[in-house]
Ligand binder design. Sequence first.
Ligand SMILES: Nc1ncnc2c1ncn2[C@@H]1O[C@H](COP(=O)(O)OP(=O)(O)OP(=O)(O)O)[C@@H](O)[C@H]1O
Length: 276
Amino acid sequence: MENIIKVENLCFEYEPGLKTIHNISFQIKKGEYVAILGHNGSGKSTIAKLLIGLLEKKSGNIIIDHKELNLENLYKIREKIGIVFQNPDNQFIGATVRDDIAFGLENICIPREKMDELIERYAKRVRMDQFLDHEPTKLSGGQKQRVAIAGILAMSPSIIILDESTSMLDPRGRKEINELIRELKEDKEMTIISITHDIEEAKNADRILLLNKGEIVGDDQPETLLMNEKLLLDLHLDTPFALKVSRKLKAQGIQINETLNVEELEKQLCQLHAKI
Ligand SMILES: Nc1ncnc2c1ncn2[C@@H]1O[C@H](COP(=O)(O)OP(=O)(O)OP(=O)(O)O)[C@@H](O)[C@H]1O
C-alpha cells in the first residue's frame, strides 16, 4: 500500500531555540489507522497542527498524497484532511444537527439536493439520523463528537485526524467514539490518525508512533510496543488494563497468556473458571 503521509526531518519551535518537534520522520500508509501516543506536552497536538498547515514548520518536509505541504498547496491539502478536536462544545456552528453537518458542504457549494442526501447518509453512518432536527447543545458529549465526525465524513476526506477527541467524554461517550473509529477502520476507505494519551485507545490502532519531548521514541504495532511496560512507565504512560491483570495473575502462578485485550482476558478467565 502506498504512503499517503510522509514526514521527513520535521522541526518546529514555538519560540526561537525552544525546540518542540525535533527532527521527526515517519510515514503513514493509505487506509492505515495510526495512533500518535504520548503524555501531556509531548508534542502530539503540535504535529496535528503541522499536518493541516495551522502551524508552519521550521524545517523538514511534509508530503500529503504526493504533494508537499506549502502555501501553494495548502488549501488543496486541507480538502483531503478532516480534524476532530478535543472539546465537542467548540465545534458547533449550526443551530441544528442538520445545519451543522451542512456547514462544510455549503462552503464547497454542494447543490441542496445532493447536500440533503449526504447529510442523511452520514448522520445514519454515525447513528445520529434520529437527531437531525435537534439542537447540538442538548446532545451528550459522545453524540456531539459523532455529529462532528459526520460533518467531516460528508466532505469525503482521505485522512481523518482525531485530536484527543474522546478525552472530554464520559466512559459511554468514549466507547461510542471508539466503536465508530473501529468501524471506519473496517471500511479501509480512510486513513485514521488518533492523537491520544489513552493507552486503551491507542491499542486499537494498526500502529503506534510513540512520542516523547517532541521526538519519536517508538514506532511499532500495539502488540509489540505496549508490552514494554518499562518504556511506558518511563514515558509516564499507563500499562493496558488487560496486560496488567494478566501479568499479575501469571506472577501468582495462574496459567494465563499475557494479553492487551480485555475480551481475550475474559475468555481465558472463563476457561479457567470452567476447569475449577
Ligand atoms: N502556543 C504555544 N506557545 C508556546 N508553547 C506551546 C504552545 N502550544 C503548545 N506549546 C508547548 O509545546 C509543547 C507541546 O505541546 P502540545 O500541545 O503539542 O503537546 P500534547 O502532547 O498535545 O499535549 P496535551 O496532551 O497536553 O495536549 C508543550 O511543552 C507545550 O507547553
